[in-house]
Design a protein around this ligand. Structure first.
Ligand code: ADP
Ligand code: ZN
Length: 532
């Protein structure tokens, strides 16, 4: 019998397994269920493709995306492995043909959309006596979890499908989502039997992480790409925008400026999307401007930069999208442009989200809360002055050293500013308010803004009104965020989040100190409001 290692070389052309691949493959070969948690690009596919080749019978791979299936099946066929996919992109005739070939045992690996599992035709195939399904691999397994960022109700069909099979195949679940809730959900919902749960390191040390707060995002982007072009001509990069409109605009401006650029979003016709995607993958176009619709299942190893033109909705999405840079292991950069309106836009998108329509009200409410909490966490990522890599790994529950030396915070020169006095004023200001207010209004009070909201609520009579008028708005917000992060304040999780005092707030009035890191460079920037 051939060895897993032999197949790795023969079919895939690689000399060695990557971290985690071997134990995950061996466990499946020994009949043990597995849950493999590996970051995007770590090489999850091989973990089920190689066992599939070594096992008797057929391996089914449940996969959520048509494009993902097509790409993987094409790659397998190219490598000389008989594989097929079954999803709604096939005509009825093609589908029947594929099923009958499958029944004849022509395919070792069959990719199937979860919706298909319980259709009559497919069940007939799966239950025919000559068919043995020995291994069921579930790609993007976090889709079974309602806590996951892309819950797919159809994934729940996997379980009832399994129950119908005459003998239960080995189960393998694979995902890049590492948070504890999602992991537990996968184990519970799929009822994995004493599985090997393996998590590989989430750190991608070849990636540089940066956060910028450009006054003019487009300018910043153009300058960045120009510099890149001088240093490393021909580099590929992805620019992620939140809205289609932004994609259109950024793409247009870059094209006008003479760059080799294309675009991708859900509003384009299928044919154009595919063409643009291929242009990017095969280096006919250097820069892809896209919404988050772009990228799942895209395997382009030499993406040298991923710019987020807007802050995405959570760290999970961010890390997944940013992680499309540098899959070849060479240095690459992931930079997030944070703008004042990003949080608001995301909030709006989360609140108007239609994704969870099939759930009941209570479930929707809980998910909304989670999503807002996650949004808060990524907002902190944009505000923090600690090592960004440390922040990311900490978020995903992984221990890491303190300073990575390869992120914008580690490289930027900071100094510590004692803000205890200012923080005390913030606490007193909030104490004196009759009710709770959001960050913006408290900032207005502290700066001494004179507007209708302030006057209507008599906030100009607050003892701390105008007491921090020498601070800029961003600095004040940084202070408030820092206080929230350190537990001196809390932000409620309502539709309109408000600032609240915590058990620790008093400590500030009783001698606790608060320092925040401020960039030395930032101090030298020109003042924010220049006279025309
Ligand atoms: P994931 O599904 O974890 O995001 P993929 O399975 O798409 O990752 O693999 C990412 C890339 O890594 C692919 O180009 C794949 O061919 C490559 N790869 C996987 N395993 C190995 C290995 N052992 N050695 C070298 N490259 C590998
Ligand atoms: Zn760092």
């Amino acid at each position: 019998m051939q060895s897993a290692h032999g197949l790795l070389k023969q079919y895939f052309g690689y000399d060695d397994f990557r971290e985690g691949q071997k134990p995950l493959i061996n466990a499946v070969l020994e009949g043990q269920d597995v849950l493999g948690i590996m970051p995007t690009g770590a090489g999850k596919s091989l973990c089920f493709q190689i066992p599939a080749l070594l096992m008797q019978g057929i391996t089914l791979v449940v996969s959520p995306l048509i494009s993902l299936m097509k790409d993987q099946v094409a790659a397998l066929n190219q490598a000389g492995i008989h594989a097929a996919f079954l999803n709604s992109s096939l005509s009825m005739g093609q589908y029947r043909k594929a099923l009958s070939l499958a029944r004849e045992g022509r395919y070792k690996i069959i990719y199937v959309a979860p919706e298909r599992l319980e259709t009559e035709g497919f069940l007939q195939f799966a239950l025919s006596p000559e068919v043995e399904i020995s291994f069921l691999a579930i790609d993007e397994a976090h889709c079974v979890s309602q806590w996951g960022q892309d819950f797919r109700p159809s994934y729940l069909k996997i379980l009832s499908f399994l129950e119908k099979l005459p003998s239960r195949p080995v189960l393998g679940a694979y995902t890049a989502t590492a948070t504890a809730e999602v992991r537990e959900d996968i184990l519970d919902i799929l009822k994995l039997r004493s599985p090997l749960v393996l998590t590989t390191g989430f750190d991608r040390s070849n990636l540089f992480f940066g956060v910028k707060k450009p006054r003019d995002k487009y300018r910043e982007l153009e300058t960045y790409i120009k510099e890149k072009e001088e240093k490393m001509p021909g580099s590929s990069g992805i620019v992620y925008c939140l809205s289609r409109k932004n994609v259109e605009e950024v793409c247009y401006r870059l094209r006008e400026a003479g760059f080799s650029v294309t675009r991708y979003h859900a509003g384009l016709a299928d044919a154009e999307r595919r063409e643009n995607q291929d242009d990017f993958i095969y280096d006919r176009k250097q820069i892809m401007v896209a919404t988050n619709a772009f990228g799942m299942g895209i395997d382009k190893p030499d993406v040298r930069f991923v710019i987020h033109y807007n802050m995405p909705k959570n760290m999970e999405s961010y890390y997944q999208e940013a992680g499309r840079a540098g899959r070849d292991g060479e240095a690459a950069e992931c930079i997030l442009y944070f703008g004042a309106s990003d949080q608001r836009t995301n909030r709006f998108l989360i609140e108007s989200g239609e994704e969870n329509e099939e759930l009941d009200r209570e479930a929707r409410r809980i998910i909304l809360q989670r999503d807002l909490e996650r949004l808060q966490q990524i907002t902190f990522y944009c505000a923090t002055s600690e090592c960004l890599r440390h922040y990311i790994l900490d978020y995903f529950g992984e221990e890491s050293g303190t300073e990575c030396g390869n992120c914008s915070n580690c490289l930027e020169e900071f100094e510590f500013a004692d803000m205890t006095e200012q923080a005390e004023k913030v606490v007193r200001c909030i104490q004196d308010c009759q009710r709770s207010f959001g960050i913006n209004l408290i900032v207005d009070v502290l700066r001494g803004a004179d507007n209708q909201k302030i006057r209507q609520r008599d906030l100009n009579e607050n003892p701390e009104y105008k007491s921090l008028s020498d601070m800029t708005v961003p600095r004040l917000k940084q202070l408030l965020n820092e206080m929230i992060m350190q537990g001196f304040l809390a932000l409620s999780n309502d539709d309109y989040p408000v600032l609240e005092l915590t058990d620790r707030s008093d400590e500030l009035l009783e001698g606790a100190r608060l320092t925040i890191k401020v960039s030395k460079k930032e101090e030298k920037q020109p003042p924010k409001f220049r006279k025309k």
